[in-house]
Each structure stands twice: as structure tokens, then as C-alpha cells.
Write a protein that binds this ligand. Sequence first.
Ligand code: 6PG
Length: 250
Amino acid sequence: MREPEPQIRIFANLEELAEAAGDEFFQRAKKKAAKNSSFTVALSGGSTPGVLYRYLAKKAESLSREDSLWENVHFFWGDERSVPADHPDSNFGLANNTLLSKLPISPEQIHRIKIDIGDGEKAAENYERELCEFFHLSKGEFPCFDLIFLGMGTDGHTASLFPGTKALGETSRLVIAPWVDKLKTYRVTLTFPVFNHARCVIFLIAGKEKAKTLKNVLGPSQKEGFPAKLIQPDKGELFWFVDKSAAHLL
Ligand code: 6PG
């Protein structure tokens, strides 16, 4: 039985949504820092999370250098595009430019998907090895991220789990490299078992173009074909942080 129900929080605009998401990040990270244990967060890509990353960077400036919060934070990604790390479309590049490069953290705390080590499959295998090492996983185990940020496309995709792709049916691998025909490219993405094993997943959804899809995903409709609907953490918390424009059909 999945616990608890999704928590939907509606905000006036993306800025307020990002601040609330950022505050959730700090609250959870501080709890882990107080126990001197690592805090693992998987970041999302696209245009929405940039506002969150800039907010986190701004808040970080107000923390004293002595604040030990950052020393145990480990940054991962939910997915990556098949572009170099310095490409404007890179999910790593987005987070690095807006946030990570401004934090007092060491390179060992940044676990990017090394898309440039060869083809998608090599990058996926490499990232899966990194996850297994970091989380000390035995065969068949899945990592338990403290926090995962996700977005959603107007087609209901999340991370790089797109409708109609084999990726949706992956239940044993942690990381795969699906070909996404609509984009004519491959992606590297975490799989549903990883997302659904997290302690907390927060969707960040903004803009009226998402309203119809959000209604299909969160509404009573049993319409299939929206991968975001399959994000249902087994034990963890699920939040939908949405702005008013995206929520207007709920
Ligand atoms: C990506 C993201 C993807 C994103 C959605 C929404 O690599 O593109 O991981 O899943 O979250 O496409 O993107 P926007 O926030 O730009 O609408």
C-alpha cells in the first residue's frame, strides 16, 4: 500500500514555487547535516528548475562559511541529455552554472551522468556503477535518494521516461539509455524503481501549457500514457509543487 497520498501545493508563481521547493531542500539537508550523514539529491533538467537552483545559490550566500550543511550534500541527476557538459542544453551544465559552481563543495560531491564517455549505454552503465558504489548496493537493490526533483513535459514525460518507450517497463536496471524517437536522440535516465524508492519526490510544474496534462495526471481520469503518473514512491513522500497557471484545471 503506497503511503502517503500525493501532496499538491499551489503557488502564485514560479518564484514562490521555487522558494518553497528550496526551503524543503534546506530543511531536509539540515536534518541530515545535524546527524552528520550524507544528503543525496537528484536534480532535474529543463527550464523550470533553474529558478530553484538560483534561489538555492542565493540562500547559500547567507549561510556562514562555517555552516556544515554543504559538506555532506551529494548531487546527482535524474536524467541527462546527449550533449556535452558545456552545452546549453546540458542538465548538469544548468545546475553547475546556476548553483554548484557557487557552493563550497568538493568535486567528489558532484555525481554527473558522464554522457561524454561514449554512447548512451556506456554512460548508463557507468552511472549505474557509480550509484551502486556510492549507495553500497547489492544486486537487486535500489538507491534511496533523500530528495528527487522532477519536472514534467506536456506529453507527461518525466526525467527521460517518455510515453510509448521501452524505458517505462524497466524494473531491474537503475539507469538506462532509451532512444527517444520524438527527439531523434538517446537520453540517459534513472528508472521508475529508483524514483519510487526515494524518501521524497517533488515535482516542479509551472505554466499554463502544463495544465491539461496535469489534470490528466492528477485528476480522477484513468487515462494511460502519462509516465509522470507512475511516479508513486513506495514509502516516500510525493509533492506536486505547481503554480496557479498549471493548476487552473485541477
Ligand atoms: C529534461 C528533464 C525533463 C523536464 C521536462 C520539463 O532533461 O528535459 O529532465 O524531464 O523536467 O521536460 O521541462 P521544463 O521544466 O522545461 O518544462
